[in-house]
Design a protein around this ligand. Sequence first.
Ligand SMILES: [Zn+2]
Length: 309
Amino acid sequence: MLWLTDPLCLEHRSPWGEHPECPERLDTIQRYLVKDGLTEIFKVEKAGTATHEQILAVHTKSHLEAVRTGCEKESMLDPDTYVNTHSLAAALSAAGCVVKAVDEVVQGNTQTAFCAVRPPGHHAESGRAMGFCLFNNVAIGARHAQARGLKKIFILDWDVHHGNGTEEIFYEDSSVFYLSIHEFPLYPGTGRADSIGIKTGEGFTLNIPLPAESSDRDYIDILESSVAPTIEHFQPDLIMISAGFDAHERDPLGHMNVSPDGFAHMTKIVRDLANQWCGGKVISVLEGGYDLTALGESVSAHLRVLANA
Ligand SMILES: [Zn+2]
């Protein structure tokens, strides 16, 4: 089990005062891992930054330029998405952590990795920042995995919000399967069950919208009845998790009732599927999760199972 983060991810901070997507999220996760004795079983690494080539495998040149100039001016990139002068470096480091995780997994140095990164990524589309996200970290990792020779990537997104960005990036692509379980209706409003991909990507996007107040049992049922057979049918070379923890019962931005035990159980199902179908290879990438205590407890529960501790 490899744990990847970068101090630059802490420098991305709202110039406009308090914001739920704050550096304290990563501090809290770190504190819980120390408290729960998990840092002793991880190999901890600081990753380098993603290269422009790796960013441009997913995003347009004009998007990269818009992020750069937005950060220089500290202007809002969309109504929800702040940046400061450090945000470009933070976003390149966040993506760089996922790239490094892919390299380590491809080289066989680890089977599983967790990237404790921010800004998050799954709302970022190929051509625009959105919903606290600048670059789509998990998508950049998936494309890098393919550049390193893994052919088929399965992305499971259990953040409470639909990952419109990841969906858009791979909507016409049959080599990356995008499966999202999310509260609906909720921001960003996409993720209906009839959005299934187009052209050669038709059938390689699966959206599972759930009503508010869905529970551990509801999520576990979906993993067993829908996610497991989809992975079996797709036969991925790597499973990536867009691991948001804002489906937690105390999260201020979602209305679900998932507990840390629920996240642990979901993780076990994914780990078992990875062991069965892709040599145990799982890369989990932090997305949302905005109640600090709930986030710390949930990530700790997730990693205890991912590390098989
Ligand atoms: Zn979210």
